[in-house]
Design a protein around this ligand. Structure first.
Ligand code: PLP
Length: 390
């Protein structure tokens, strides 16, 4: 079937964070929400149908992770990412971020060090700091306008207290889809220093033409044994509100440790709707995903052309994956607070301020392009008018 992603769907009043929390987050309702990472695009029809059918059953008791669910996940990973995983490596989690927090508590001690590659998805900072661990920022560097990893700095930051590395692959917000050789180099450093890798691959399916996501754990058996991979159907299929995420942990001891922690918290069970949506998405969602990817890529091209032509003071980082575009606003010459307020008060758009992603993000902002083209155009027009009035 052909989906119409141009259709604008009113989300106001459906208790969505993106639209209904703007006032709490940005101090005003008078902004166009283009922040938080979910899509303003209607979900794949097979998912909607399956949820309706499940709702019609009328009883929503405790739910188990069925064999067919696990099979659907494994088949998807093999088909889309050439990654062969086993059903018994899989564990359900209510989210990737809660899983990160649990891993940090279970696999490190207070005072241990954890590496992240900033600017990066801001909950990474919180899960480390709020669990009393020391944060090490191995900042990405820009080479010829492209973000790359700084391995030299990484080696110089490592000591015996470093126990974990949280990899963001593909990377939010810089939109890199890491190449195999980049991941190999990183993984070898981690193996050499006994640093376990948590690979957050929640954006794995949202990759543009000419790029390929390489699951970190697929690189070698040694990598697999040293990696906990977190992923979810939530970004891919726009079902974040169903709170279903997954982990793949091939290392038996690590699997046992993580499962036990989930048991202690008593959050081992999936939400019955989340389970249905996940299995359906991975079984029947590909047709929708292909169309969404095409639409997002056209949105990306639209944004690049618009900004280059009409707002040349802002530089677009050409993303390889995700639907989150990192805009370099440093030429506007504003402090981080000024830029944040400028986008809210002058442009009247709600964006994720670059500084939320770490000090490396100051002077940047992140815009979510997973919306109908008219919404994107409206947001860009607002930014253009505000910049032109400076
Ligand atoms: C890199 C990354 N990890 C995790 C999440 C959120 O995961 P969850 O909602 O499953 O906790 C996001 C959402 O934007 C993200 O970008």
């Amino acid at each position: 079937m052909k989906y119409d992603f141009d259709k604008v769907i009113n989300r106001i009043g459906s208790n969505t964070a993106k639209w209904d929390e703007v006032e709490a987050k940005f101090g005003t309702k008078d902004v166009l929400p283009m922040w938080v990472a979910d899509m303003d695009l209607r979900v794949a029809q097979p998912i909607i149908d399956a949820l309706k059918e499940r709702a019609e059953h009328g009883i929503f008791g405790y739910t188990k992770m069925s064999d067919s669910y696990k099979e659907a996940v494994c088949n998807w990973m093999e088909k889309r990412h050439d990654w062969k995983i086993k059903k018994d490596w899989l564990i359900h989690s209510p989210g990737v971020v809660p899983a990160l927090s649990i891993i940090i508590r279970e696999f490190t001690q207070p005072g241990d060090k954890i590496i992240i590659q900033s600017p990066v998805y801001y909950p990474f900072f919180d899960v480390v700091k709020e669990n009393g661990r020391e944060l090490i920022c191995n900042s990405l560097k820009q080479v010829d306008g492209k973000y790359v990893m700084d391995y030299e700095e990484l080696e110089s930051q490592i000591d015996e207290k470093v126990k974990l590395m949280i990899l963001c692959s593909p990377h939010n917000p810089v939109g890199r889809v890491w190449k195999r050789e980049e991941l190999v180099k990183l993984g070898e450093i981690c193996l050499k220093h006994n640093i376990k890798v948590i690979s957050d691959e929640i954006h794995a399916d949202l990759v543009y033409r000419g790029h390929k996501h390489i699951p970190f754990a697929s690189i070698s058996e040694e990598f697999a044994q040293n990696t906990i991979t977190c992923f979810a159907p939530s970004k891919t299929f726009n079902i974040a509100g169903l709170q279903s995420a997954l982990l793949s942990i091939p290392n038996k001891d690590d699997h046992k440790k993580f499962s036990a922690a989930l048991g202690t918290l008593d959050i081992r069970r999936d939400n019955c709707f989340g389970a249905v949506a996940t299995e359906t998405a991975y079984t029947h969602g590909e047709e929708w995903l292909e169309q969404v990817l095409e639409y997002l890529e056209a949105n990306l091209d639209f944004l690049i052309e618009y900004v280059e032509e009409k707002i040349p003071k802002i530089k677009v980082n050409k993303i390889e994956g995700t639907y989150l575009v990192w805009l370099d606003c440093r030429k506007l010459g504003m402090s981080k607070e000024e830029l944040f307020q400028f986008m809210i008060k002058k442009a009247k758009v709600a964006l994720d301020d670059g500084s939320w992603f770490g000090p490396e993000g100051e002077g940047f902002t992140r815009i979510n392009i997973a919306c109908p083209r008219v919404t994107l155009e409206e947001g860009l027009k607002r930014i253009e008018n505000a910049v032109n009035s400076l």
